[in-house]
Design a binder for this molecule. Structure first.
Ligand code: ZN
Length: 280
């Protein structure tokens, strides 16, 4: 039977490898080829992707996309980790930004006060943070300061990943929205409602047009923010709810939005972060 083993192995491996290459190929083709603005200095980012709660299958896709974004646009360099070791005051000192890529229940991963102080102190001191999708699934009640920092905590997803939902631009002219070219759009991804969300603390850039859907969420004013920016101490934060579906990570206008959000948080792309009232 032994001669069959290599054949069996190759039968299993070839489709897997082919798929992995295909995913990277789609990401690479969809990725902007230049940064939106040339970085004034080099930026080093730490990307953390370990889920302490629900594990999204799009986590490796997000890693590939952020790695390809760094390689192709040269807007930043990035280290990728599933471990929490570097999240100390000293460990973070060589970085300009933290990205939480679809990690869940960060209150479990960062349960010690020195870790929490290191992360929040890092941002407050003038550094940057970006969170994608379930980076907001965590915080309250065990780590309310995290929810206060990121801007809201996941409280269910009435709009499921298989649906296609309508979105509007809450700030058409913001540079982080340039990838949408001023248009409302439909997109398929899993969309959250939040607890601990306070519009007055952040600037909503993209919102869900929930009244055009047949689902109801928890907001009395139908305020369902999807992407936003905010200031936090001297630092800057970009968060986007998009990123549950793998295909989000190879959609050109989404990758442009993500790149612009990261470059805005890094301070290279200029745009306001003060709150704007709900308009619809
Ligand atoms: Zn999700």
């Amino acid at each position: 039977m032994k001669p069959f083993l290599p054949i069996l192995l190759s039968l299993c491996l070839v489709p897997c490898l082919a798929f992995a290459d295909d995913e990277l190929k789609k990401i690479s083709e969809a990725m902007p080829s230049v940064p939106s603005v040339k970085p004034k200095k080099s930026h080093n980012i730490l990307v953390y992707s370990h889920p302490s709660g629900f594990k999204h299958s799009s986590i490796p896709t997000g890693v590939k996309a952020l790695r390809e974004m760094a390689r192709k646009t040269q807007a930043f360099t990035a280290d990728f980790t599933l471990k929490t070791d570097a999240f100390t005051k000293d460990g973070l000192s060589k970085y300009d930004m933290i990205i939480f890529n679809n990690c869940t229940h960060v209150q479990k991963a960062f349960s010690e006060s020195f870790q929490r102080e290191a992360i929040l102190g890092f941002i407050k001191s003038g550094k940057s943070f970006a969170g994608f999708h379930s980076a907001s699934d965590g915080g309250v009640p065990q780590w309310p300061e995290y929810t206060d920092m990121i801007g809201g905590c996941f409280a269910g997803h009435p709009w499921n990943a298989g649906g296609t939902w309508p979105f509007f631009l809450a700030d058409e002219k913001h540079p982080v929205n340039q990838g949408f070219e001023g248009r409302e759009f439909q997109f398929s991804d899993e969309i959250y409602q939040y607890k601990g969300y306070d519009r007055s603390k952040l600037r909503v850039l993209v919102g869900l047009d929930s009244l055009k859907t047949d689902k109801k969420g928890n907001s009395k004013t139908n305020d369902y923010p999807v992407s936003w920016v905010r200031s936090y101490g001297k630092g800057r934060i970009f968060y986007s709810n998009f990123g549950h579906n793998k295909a989000t990570w190879w959609t050109p206008f989404m990758l442009q939005h993500f790149l612009d959000g990261i470059q805005w948080a890094l301070g290279d792309l200029k745009g306001p972060s003060d709150s704007i009232p709900q308009s619809n």
